[in-house]
Design a protein around this ligand. Structure first.
Ligand SMILES: Cc1cc2nc3c(=O)[nH]c(=O)nc-3n(C[C@H](O)[C@H](O)[C@H](O)COP(=O)(O)OP(=O)(O)OC[C@H]3O[C@@H](n4cnc5c(N)ncnc54)[C@H](O)[C@@H]3O)c2cc1C
Length: 414
């Protein structure tokens, strides 16, 4: 066996690094190793579809911590190495180079990998991109700067953020969305309508209800997208933003229970002894989804789950379950979401979308479960307490932006 760690973390992204840092913060003194498939130092992923793609910040500005931090905190980084198998009985992880790394406890933080339309076809074509890691964004940026027209498949957060950057770079962009509106999976209609209008105003061609049938290439480079309707969209860059799949194979092969992600309990314990899992790769019970098991793709979720595991390993008490939060930056618009809108049955718009500062409040059975705040930081910040309280507030009060959310909450408390 080449190495042995008291805690071995697989994946050096947001969850893995948060777990390692929290272990030290909570006084864990044992050895900690992070084995990471990427050879880059741990970095922040959100800028990959925003400022890093725009060329506004370089890699040095998006590192999670400077290089010296890891050694100073006795966290061993094993870069450019993938874990291909885990043997829970022997407590070893086997890497792609065939080495065994022993562990006392293992934290699986391997994230997710982007979906392709047709992996066998798309991966072979130049000009066709997904956005997951630094090298994806670097390749995409080069192609965009040299290209003349881009088609983005998928009108979710990543697709729309990339569209906004490409417009900033002056490139013609078409977004194709299969559903009847953008952001349909994550938000209600007023948010979708607002973002569609904003993108159109910035010159993005948004086409909803569109299915891609095929990609056409010349000399190995994409040169058109064919739609199910028979239409053809000429382009030299295609970005596929149709979601991601949890990275789970080695743990499933080792016998871990899984559904849409590795199944874990409230302490992020998998069904395998001594193995925790966090971040994009897990489905965990969530109080804010009414206790249902959900898989969340957000930085805050990955980092918070890292802290939960670190506290548990370090023998520290747990805090209250964190309220889920998400964000997306497009043009001058900051969308911040607090809570989960799963199963909402009522939506209240607070303020006027035309002012570019408003919120959408989601209710289920009369209780506020989530808020999407667009350029409305106060609603987001105060909304956290509202979502946490599960309060029952009359929609007419919520709809009045002159009544701060904190006042509405204070009234209930009285
Ligand atoms: C382009 C983009 C923009 C985003 N924007 C936002 C945003 O604005 N706000 C937000 O909240 N969230 C955003 N997200 C989502 C957020 O980045 C993820 O939810 C978060 O990174 C998940 O953390 P994680 O630790 O689970 O996985 P990751 O941060 O993805 O880290 C997983 C790491 O594990 C490595 N790995 C995988 N398999 C193995 C293996 N077998 N062995 C070793 N290493 C392995 C991977 O290479 C990767 O480095 C964005 C994601 C992307 C891709």
């Amino acid at each position: 066996m080449s190495e042995q760690f008291d805690v071995l973390i697989v994946g050096g992204g947001h969850g893995g690094t948060a777990a390692a840092m929290a272990l030290r913060q909570y006084g864990f003194d044992g050895s900690v190793g992070i084995v990471n498939a990427e050879s880059t130092l741990p970095y922040q992923r959100p800028p990959l579809s925003k400022s890093f793609l725009a060329g506004e910040v370089g890699l040095d500005r998006i590192l999670i911590r400077p290089e010296s931090f890891w050694a100073e905190n006795r966290i061993t980084l094993i870069q450019g190495t993938r874990v291909d198998a885990v043997q829970p009985a022997a407590k070893v992880a086997i890497t792609d180079t065939g080495e065994s790394i022993g562990y006392g406890q293992l934290i699986w933080a391997a994230g997710s990998s982007p979906r392709w339309l047709d992996p066998a076809r798309d991966r072979k074509l130049s000009g066709v991109h997904v956005v997951r890691d630094v090298s994806d964004t670097q390749r995409l940026r080069t192609d965009v700067l040299n290209g003349s027209r881009a088609v983005i498949v998928g009108g979710g957060y990543v697709g729309l953020e990339v569209a906004a950057v490409l417009r900033k770079l002056g490139k013609p962009v078409t977004v194709l969305e299969a559903a009847d509106r953008v952001l349909a999976r994550v938000s209600a209609e007023p948010i979708s309508q607002f973002y569609e209008a904003q993108h159109r105003e910035h010159g993005v061609e948004i086409q909803v209800g569109r299915q891609v049938a095929d990609l056409e290439a010349r000399n190995g480079h994409v040169n058109a997208v064919h739609l199910a309707t028979g239409e053809e969209l000429p382009c030299d860059v295609v970005v596929i933003g149709i979601g991601a799949m949890p990275t789970t194979a080695p743990l499933i092969a080792a016998g871990a229970a899984a559904g849409n992600g590795l199944l874990v309990d409230a302490l992020c314990r998998t069904s395998l002894p001594g193995i925790f899992a966090i971040g994009d790769s897990v489905a965990a019970p969530n109080r804010y989804a009414g206790g249902a098991t959900v898989r969340l793709e957000s930085l805050q979720n990955a980092a918070d789950q890292g802290v939960i595991v670190a506290r548990h390993i370090a023998g520290q008490p747990q805090g209250d379950p964190p309220v889920p939060t998400f964000w997306s930056d497009q043009y001058d618009l900051k969308l911040k979401t607090v809570g989960l809108n799963t199963g909402y049955d009522e939506v209240v718009v607070r303020g006027t979308p035309a002012s570019k500062s408003f919120s959408v409040v989601y209710l289920r059975d009369g209780r506020v479960t989530a808020i999407d705040a667009v350029n409305a930081m106060k609603d987001f910040a105060q909304g956290k307490a509202l979502v946490r309280s599960g309060a029952d507030i009359a929609p007419a009060l919520l709809a009045d932006p002159s009544r701060p959310i904190s006042d509405l909450l204070a009234q209930i408390a009285r």
